[in-house]
Design a protein around this ligand. Structure first.
Ligand code: S3P
Length: 433
């Protein structure tokens, strides 16, 4: 759980060198915990995410009747409720995790009882209308607090819907699929931009039948799930910080193995390649339909070039955009990001915080409602960074700090533990000074 506010001093580095294996993917861990907690039988997960967000999901599933036993630092055994949760005696605390609040709501809407979901100050500002609308169309009732959490779900027996998501969101897709799993009839979710497909793959792994087309996924309910044993692939969104760091230093070499390489998540590798980094992908395997492999990156001797990110790519790269923007001053031609309005409603307003902190480090940056334009060829100087309590901002600016002149103080550094508690230790391991 996030602890007292902490600051971290980041010294510039000379190079990035080494090999890493990263904790389990946050998105996949959430889904395995929810589906394992909901299924019939005992699931066993290893390399489960060590982040506080996934701990929130485990605690919610436990409060709903699943038996959760920690069997190692990153392994859990979960005995599922067999499709019927116990109404929790207390509100379910989702902490900082939008994924938990949105995706669990879909599991709960078809259940008997009333469920209240709460979160921290950041989560209590995030939009929940996007799940209220489809779940109410299916027959449940959701009471929000001015469009946000805390929210209360009055479960009901649900019917299927055919729903087009108005904003690209894998969490909303997962929420509807969780409800569709238990509703009568065939529920279809249509997406204009294909978002990460971990729910589709995980539901199948737990035994559900789904049909997919290029832009839609359908599930016919009711269906039951059975327990699985799984090893969670390393988190590519956590790897992004190290890949971007390595891309900054000619002479760098970094290898990350057992990394999740699901094509709906691996767009950063294409973007880094477009910027001129040398990226090799080796030893690809499939685990419960998720691709896992080794990534090796070296930086180009001539430095990084330039790139533009917009449309579908912006949606697929949404969690990696802060670090991409943070390293943009060190490219030669800059990075232009558009079509990323969703960044404003993440754990913080990530467009505003990236712009503010880049300016604090002395960079020129243009802010748009839906993106940022960061010119290249700039020098950054060490300063105090306000992470706004947002894990990805704290880590993104720790990476920029490696190439800054002077030392950088990251305020709110404890927030890294939301997704990646090991971040600062691993950074010290591969940063040569
Ligand atoms: C996630 C989807 C994305 C992403 C978040 C995790 C998921 O959110 O930003 O970190 O696991 O489905 P949205 O669904 O809001 O785009």
């Amino acid at each position: 759980m996030p602890t007292a506010a902490q600051e971290r001093l980041i010294r510039p580095a000379r190079n990035i060198y080494g090999s890493l294996r990263l904790p389990g993917d946050k998105s996949i861990s959430h889904r395995y915990a929810m589906l394992g907690g909901f299924a019939q039988g005992v699931s066993r997960f290893t390399n489960f995410s060590t982040g506080a967000d996934c701990a929130s999901t485990l605690a919610c599933m436990q409060a709903l009747g699943a038996k959760v036993t920690q069997t190692g630092t990153d392994s859990f055994e979960i005995t599922g409720v067999g499709g019927r949760v116990t109404p929790a005696a207390h509100p379910l605390d989702c902490g900082n995790s939008g994924s938990t609040m949105r995706m669990i709501s879909g599991l709960l809407a078809p259940q008997v009882g009333s469920f209240t979901l709460i979160g921290d100050a950041s989560l209590s500002r995030r939009p929940m209308e996007r799940i209220r609308k489809p779940l109410e169309e299916m027959g449940a009732r959701l009471t929000l607090t001015e469009g946000h959490g805390p929210l209360t779900i009055d479960g009901a027996s649900l019917h299927s819907i055919d729903y087009t998501t108005p904003v690209p969101s894998a969490q909303v897709k997962a929420c509807i699929l969780h409800a569709g799993l238990q509703a009568s009839g065939t529920t279809t979710v249509r997406e204009r931009v294909r978002t990460r497909d971990h729910s589709e793959l995980a539901l199948r792994a737990f035994g559900a039948t789904l049909t997919r087309s290029l832009d839609s996924v359908s599930i016919t309910g009711p269906q039951s799930l059975h327990a699985i044993d799984a090893t969670v692939p390393g988190d590519i969104s956590s790897a992004a910080f190290f890949l971007c760091a390595a891309a900054l230093f000619p002479g760098s070499s970094l290898v990350i193995d057992s990394l999740g390489l699901n094509p709906t998540r691996a767009t950063l590798l294409d973007v880094l390649t477009a910027l001129g980094a040398h990226v090799a992908v080796l030893n690809i395997e499939e685990k419960h339909a998720e691709l896992v492999g080794t990534v090796q990156i070296t930086a180009p001797a001539e430095g990084l070039g330039s790139t533009e990110v917009s449309g579908a790519v912006a949606a697929q790269l949404i969690d990696e955009l802060p670090v991409l923007a943070a390293i943009a001053p060190f490219t030669s031609g800059g990075v232009r990001i558009r079509g990323a309005k969703e960044l404003r409603v993440k754990e913080s307003d990530r467009i505003a915080l990236v712009a503010m902190n880049l300016r604090a480090m002395g960079a020129e940056v243009t802010e748009f409602e839906d993106g940022l334009d960061v010119p290249g060829g700039q020098t950054l100087h060490g300063t105090t960074i306000d992470s706004g309590g947002d894990h990805r901002i704290a880590m993104a600016f720790s990476v920029a700090a490696l190439r800054a002149d002077g030392e950088t103080l990251i305020q709110g550094a404890e927030s890294a533990a939301i997704s990646f508690p090991e971040f600062f230790d691993l950074l010290d391991l591969v940063a040569e000074r």
